[in-house]
Design a protein around this ligand. Structure first.
Ligand code: SAM
Length: 338
């Protein structure tokens, strides 16, 4: 039985946070003083959970955190995940979200182990501003080296994510677009969501999709690429892009993920597993569901599947960002897994 929630959405995309530790303290995500808050499980436990989810129709697995590259043994875990088989009999599509700081040395081993795609966070093309955002010196050079290593290793696509904050890094839209054109990566701007540790979000801090499009057009004309309904990002290409020899955008591609100004909850296909083995059905959930406890108490795979199906059936219809009845999520982004 595939996983379908009560709103009729098929759930095919599992995000597993393997730690809530992070070696960056990005100002829009963390306070800078709070550390990890939740336990980490052994990889063998995530593997069992992933295998149960895959049996229920999950086809994509994204590893995240915290910073997933901080966990030793990740390469072996990716190898084990890629040995799973989806209901169609193919290996799951395995992706990783990382800050890229440790990616330079790990990109090739991860690719060899079965990782297909990587998304690297990079919130500025200016090294000084990037150090102020991450609160880590010389981080920019490390991340760029990681992005280049990922491309050399053949991870495809390599995406670069930038969260924009009003008055802080919206002046990076054009420099990052230039970076995407030079490096041939897919750049995605993400609207800031109320998921930060120090609860500093306000609607005024969000740089909305329309403003990003207008800024990009003033720099270099772009055109929207028709996209599948299930895609979370609006996609754009530069008009002077003739494509590369594989027929893909050669001068980079721009995506805009606009959960605040243009929510896409109706197409959501995601479920999340936190580092301590709790299921979250929405980033903005106000409770989570303890799959690890079920396993700890000796639940069989069949019992875990019934538990997961019951949890998924109650997936929230949508988030309520910016509405008077908005209730903050019970965990912040770094402790959920983005
Ligand atoms: N450490 C990894 C990284 O930096 O990509 C993975 C975890 S991080 C929490 C995942 C993504 O969430 C990053 O791209 C980060 O920029 C984004 N993020 C964190 N807080 C956010 C917020 N309040 N709104 C939107 N995106 C956020």
């Amino acid at each position: 039985m595939p996983l379908i929630d009560k709103h009729g959405r098929p759930i095919t995309d599992l995000r597993i946070s393997i730690t809530d530790r992070c070696n960056y303290k990005c100002v829009y995500c963390r306070t800078g003083t709070d550390g990890p808050a939740y336990a980490e499980l052994a990889f063998v436990e995530y593997l069992r959970m992933a295998s149960i989810f895959v049996d229920l129709g999950i086809t994509k697995i994204r590893l995240t955190g915290g910073e997933p590259l901080l966990r030793s043994g990740l390469t072996n875990f990716v190898r084990d995940l890629s040995a799973l088989r989806t209901v169609e009999g193919t290996p799951p599509d395995i992706a990783l979200t990382t800050n890229g700081h440790l990616l330079e040395d790990l990109a090739q081993p991860l690719k060899d182990a079965g990782l297909r795609r990587v998304t690297v966070s990079l919130d500025a093309a200016d090294p000084d501003l990037f150090a102020r955002i991450t609160r880590v010196p010389n981080a920019f050079e490390k991340v760029v080296a990681g992005i280049r290593a990922a491309r050399r290793a053949g991870l495809d696509p390599v995406k670069v994510n930038c969260v924009l904050l009003r008055g802080f890094n919206e002046n990076q839209i054009v420099p990052l677009a230039k970076f995407a054109r030079q490096e041939g990566v897919i750049l995605r701007f993400i609207e800031f969501m109320p998921l930060e540790e120090d609860r500093a979000w306000s609607p005024e801090k969000v740089v909305p999709l329309k403003e990003i499009v207008d800024t990009l057009n003033a720099y270099h004309p772009i055109a929207e690429i028709p996209h599948a309904r299930s895609e979370t990002a609006r996609r754009y290409r530069f008009l002077d892009d003739q494509g590369n020899e594989q027929g893909k955008a050669g001068l980079g591609e721009i995506g805009i993920i606009a959960p605040v100004s243009m929510p896409f909850c109706g197409q959501c296909s995601r479920v999340r597993l936190t580092s301590d083995g709790k299921i979250r059905t929405c980033l903005f959930s106000i409770w989570d569901h303890d799959l690890h406890e079920q396993i700890h108490r000796g639940a069989t795979d069949a019992q875990c599947k019934a538990f997961i199906q019951e949890v998924i059936s109650k997936k929230e219809a949508r988030h309520h960002i910016g509405e008077p009845d908005f209730v903050p999520a019970s965990r912040t982004m770094v402790h959920i897994g983005g």
